[in-house]
Design a protein. Structure first.
Length: 416
């Protein structure tokens, strides 16, 4: 009895190793690809969702016959913090002998894991970490499939010029724009991108103010804004200072359209604190949701299959944005890069990625695919990925741009 029980335990463990690590397959029979995500710990909520997208993409490609007749096996690692991300990257490369890794969802984890991958010349796909620092290091084997923080800033200013200005009945050059930001790394970096793009488009910045995110009174800042009477205020804030700023802007009757970020104005706590006063506020950055009904043919077909499978495995729930971009990152690797490389050799994968020139509308989620070259300031960045612009409408944060995946339209109700 005891002997049989231990035999059963041994067989269960053996089967688990076979399926999880791919140890039961000969190396030439499958594509063994490493993954690094925060599956436990404080970052796990989004880490698990991002990894769900990767897993479903893997199921889809395998059910379709794999890549060049070989199926993909994921060799997964959990990285709850940067130290673990670096350690697990080293383990996957040294012990598991992987030459291609998909990860990492969080920028802090990506910055740590990709250093190890680059040192070992291992091909790395970053699926969600948006920090500009990730692609600012001149790495040759790192490719980010999603958008960067700099692209978020540029998109917001472009949106003002192309969409908001006509809605306000003005030419872009006639708009008066103010920039306010917390003075830490986040606010400084994003505001710098906003101002650079505004300058390039010859938009009029009438005020540029910074403050501490720990400030308990922003009334002086609001009064300065009232003096210049901006049409639009671009606010780069965290949640607590965003709430304070909006409360005092209302008290002092600042009559401007306020456009913030998802770190502040896009946080659910923002609406909980302000209620109806949050209505109409815009937040740029991470998309709040995705619609696939307006995608072009093949991307729509692929996305629809992803949604179907996600719902089947998540009690009918619709995938959130982090799951979508996880899917997109893996799908770009499986459908566009690997078939060209015909190998998991990092150099061949790298050359295949750099050779891609997929127009907008033909990639994934309406993104095109064009990676910045190794000599660019943002080496490895997918230049045709897109961030999102959201707006609070009837208590819900709706995606209003890009229009191909938007769930609602812009609603303007600026007080005169």
């Amino acid at each position: 009895m005891v002997r049989n029980r231990w035999l059963k335990v041994f067989l269960v463990v053996l089967v688990g190793i076979f399926f999880i690590g791919g140890a039961g397959f000969a190396a030439d029979d499958v594509w063994r690809i490493g993954t690094i995500y925060p599956l436990t710990g404080p970052l796990s909520k989004n880490g698990v969702k991002n990894f769900d997208g990767v897993k479903i993409a893997t199921e889809m490609i395998n059910d379709a016959g794999g890549i060049l007749g070989k199926k993909v096996v994921l060799v997964s690692a959990d990285a709850p913090n940067p130290q673990a991300a670096a350690s697990e990257a080293n383990r996957l490369i040294t012990n598991e002998k992987v030459t291609c890794i998909i990860g990492t969802q969080a920028s802090s984890l990506s910055l740590a894991a990709t250093v190890v991958a680059e040192k070992n010349k291992v091909f790395y796909i970053e699926t969600e970490g948006v920090s500009g620092l990730i692609t600012a290091r001149g790495f040759k084997y790192l490719f980010r499939t999603t958008f960067s923080s700099g692209m978020m800033s540029a998109q917001m200013v472009d949106y003002i010029a192309k969409v908001v200005a006509p809605k306000l009945g003005k030419k872009p050059s006639q708009l008066k724009i103010a920039v306010v930001h917390e003075d830490g790394g986040f606010g400084t970096a994003i505001s710098k991108g906003l101002k650079a793009r505004a300058k390039a488009l010859k938009l009029n910045i009438v005020s540029d103010q910074s403050y501490s995110a720990k400030a308990t009174d922003l009334s002086g800042l609001v009064l300065k804004l009232k003096q210049v009477k901006p049409d639009i205020v671009l606010a780069v804030q965290y949640i607590n200072d965003a709430i304070l700023f909006h409360r005092q802007a209302k008290e002092l009757r600042l009559k401007s359209l306020i456009m913030g970020t998802t770190a502040g104005q896009g946080n659910p706590d923002f609406y909980k604190a302000l209620g109806k006063d949050a209505e109409g506020v815009i937040a740029f950055g991470i998309p709040s949701e995705f619609s696939i009904k307006n995608l072009s043919s093949q991307p729509k077909k692929d996305a629809a299959e992803f949604v179907k499978r996600y719902k089947a495995s998540h009690n009918g729930g619709y995938p959130n944005p982090t799951s979508f971009v996880g899917f997109a990152g893996a799908w770009i690797l499986y459908k566009f890069i690997m078939p060209r490389a015909k190998s998991l050799d990092p150099e061949k994968l790298r050359q295949a990625a750099l050779s891609l020139d997929v127009p907008k509308g033909q990639g994934v989620l309406n993104w095109g695919i064009k990676f910045a070259g190794p000599d660019a300031k943002n080496a490895g960045q997918n230049l045709r990925a897109s961030a999102g612009i959201n707006q609070w409408q009837n208590g819900k944060l709706r995606l209003i741009w890009p229009k191909e995946v938007a769930t609602s339209d812009l609603i303007l109700n600026v007080k005169k």
